[in-house]
Design a protein around this ligand. Structure first.
Ligand SMILES: [Zn+2]
Length: 292
């Protein structure tokens, strides 16, 4: 018995095992992937992931210091190439580095989505240029540059902000008044002025404002680098600092900002990178079901 016990301790020491899984390794540009680390012993320090020279801290799953995850965005402009994902963790005080190759593949987004809007919304006057730059700085300070290092979703899955038809998908290459401009950075849901807009998950309202392109917009922080926002609204039903629950009615839809007609533009921003909202939702919810 004594022999068996010591053998058991011996084998667990030798075979302390760390498993690293990626949600997938063929990743469309403009989407998200997840890295999961599972150790059979406690880790003295949270592991991290290096991807494209940026360090992403991994987060505990359900408070366990054996299981960690992180969701990482692939920028829309980062196309068709192999990239290295390096996972770093401490094992007996020694830094272990594991490298995994991923393929960034073409998202095959729609090309040439034609949009017609008033001329002043495409070619900006110097006054409007100043206004949009000022807006950007304000949002950067309160949203884009801030990563809340804990979960604000209460371990809950994401849902869509409305139950209506998607009228324009994320990633469409957009042509405004005949000139190729940018890509669609969110998902559009069909809505009239005054329809109910719901929070897609628990979180904190960190900013409400009126922007030149997005119109009236609400930014919600879900923690761990993830924000959702809801734009072209006609009415805010929450204010900055409010904690909101998933499904809570936070606003009424509208037609404010650069728009051809009323709808809801819903976006997800992860570590200051806009990502495909529906893919993020599916991936996040799958990971919660599988690992939480
Ligand atoms: Zn949109």
């Amino acid at each position: 018995m004594k022999y068996l016990l010591s053998l058991f301790i011996f084998t667990t020491l030798i075979f302390a095992e760390v498993k690293i899984n990626l949600s997938h390794t063929d990743i469309k540009h403009g989407t998200t992937f997840a890295v999961i680390l599972q150790s059979d012993t406690n880790l003295s320090q949270a592991p991290n992931v290096i991807f494209k020279n940026k360090t992403y801290q991994m987060f505990t799953i359900n408070g366990s210091i054996q299981n960690y995850e992180v969701f990482i965005p692939v920028d829309y402009h980062n196309k068709k190439q192999k990239e290295n994902v390096q996972v770093r963790y401490l094992e007996d005080e020694k830094l272990i580095k594991k490298n995994i190759t991923i393929n960034i593949i073409d998202g095959k987004y729609k090309q040439n989505e034609m949009i017609f809007v008033p001329k002043g919304k495409v070619t900006l006057s110097s006054k409007n240029k100043e206004k949009t730059a000022k807006e950007y700085n304000q949002v950067f300070k309160k949203v884009y540059s801030v990563v809340t290092l804990y979960d604000l979703t209460n371990n809950s899955t994401f849902q869509f902000p409305m139950d209506s038809k998607i009228t324009s998908a994320f990633g469409n290459a957009r042509v405004y008044n005949g000139v190729a401009k940018s890509y669609h950075s969110g998902t559009d849901f069909r809505a009239k002025v005054g329809d109910e807009v719901k929070a897609s998950n628990d979180g904190k309202v960190v900013l409400t404002m009126d922007r030149f392109y997005l119109g009236s917009v609400i930014y919600i922080d879900h923690g761990r680098g993830a924000y959702t926002y809801y734009s072209h609204l006609s009415e805010f039903l929450v204010k900055e600092g409010d904690m909101v629950k998933k499904g809570q009615i936070i606003a009424k839809s509208g037609k404010t900002g650069r728009i051809t007609g009323p709808h809801l533009h819903y976006a997800v921003r992860l570590y200051n990178t806009t990502v495909h909202p529906l893919q993020y939702t599916t991936l996040y919810n799958d990971m919660v079901k599988k690992y939480h």
